[in-house]
Ligand binder design. Sequence first.
Ligand code: ADP
Length: 449
Amino acid sequence: MAFILFRLFVLALVLGSAAIAGQMIAGPKGAVAGSILASLIVYAWQVRSGRKIIDWLDDFKVENVPEVSGWWDDLAAKLFRYLRLHQRQQQALTNALVSFRTAAQALPDGVVTLDSEGHISWCNDTAQDHLGLRLGSDIGQPLINLVRNPNFSQYIRSRSWEQPLVMTAPRSRSKVLSVQLVSYGDQQMLVLSRDVTQVEKLERMRRDFIANVSHELKTPLTVLSGFLETFRDLPLSKEQQAEYLNLMYTQANRMQNLVEDLLALSALESSPSAGEGGELVDLSGMAQKTADEAQQLSGGKHDIHVQVETGLFAMGNTAEIFSAFSNIVTNAIRYTPERGKISIALRKTENEIGKSCAAFVVQDTGIGVSAEHIPRLTERFYRVDRSRSRESGGTGLGLAIVKHVVQRHDGELDIQSRPNAGSTFTILMPLAKPEATPKSAAAQITTAA
Ligand code: ADP
């Protein structure tokens, strides 16, 4: 208040002095003229200062503070403080935004922020990749127009976003995304996207696996219970009884094989690598043993040729490697018609990176497989001809077991085949280090036909 009174006093003093000066120069008229002139000067000075402040507000920056005095200087000082405060708040907001974006950028999930109209205000790199966006050109665009997927559009419009939407990625049909919207702040929205391709694949495999196992068990069980019913309800002759018992035994055997293969597979999947810290496995003895079994299984119906290099050893699990060798030999017999040729060989070789390996090669002149089936043969329950596999006692799990055994021993499985020409299955097993190999095991080749 005192400050205002002081200013008014100064103004009165100026006007009074001008009036006195006018009075002294030209009497009463001079006093009036003096005070009008002084008022005009004070007014012009005020207008000029006001103009400077308005010009400053047009380009409101700290460095543009005008030089004014009196009331205007007070006003300029207040505006200056307000500007500094605003700048600090602005800086704090910018820092917060930058750290939010840096954190969102580092997320493994895609993040898109949308304004209340659903227009993109920002997105991270992962979201650009997932949803096919380009931050540079897509900012301000409605997301719904850029992600052209009817399910996604419906999901956004539905406004019931408690559950995520699972959809294929707009730019890559093999990628599956889980997308969820979350609203926040003043009707803004956050779109989160996650790549769930692998999870979906595993889920599909799990579903298929359960369906397959149930189906594989159901068929022999149905046959078995049918025969049991016949036994219970009908008077059967001794011959009929023997025949039915035989058929029942085959079905029970089939279920037993299936359960054993399933157990073997699950044991392989749940234990770590078998090569390191495993036992010394006599591959040559094992190849010879599987060849002997092949002769027995064939019962002389095939022309079997065996060539085994002795003294080849690997580190690993004997039972597992035996089951892998035995599986491909058994398949050769099962999928080769009578009088077909089968050759079983074990020899020393090198793999692609020059590592010493033993190659167990089983070649047949059987029914073969066309190229499109080959990559899928090691999938569980994948069979080219379901009925043929079942008739010959197959479970559809043999090559899946072989693949797992080979992988666990750092080996390789190669399949070459042509329909009606035959197949060659090769298992490459890394050889044990020479110092781990028995000294007496000198290499030589034994051949049998
Ligand atoms: P299965 O118990 O059905 O034989 P596998 O996993 O051992 O199951 O083999 C999968 C499929 O691969 C078989 O059903 C068969 O179609 C094909 N297959 C395997 N070995 C041979 C082979 N030597 N010749 C032709 N087809 C084969």
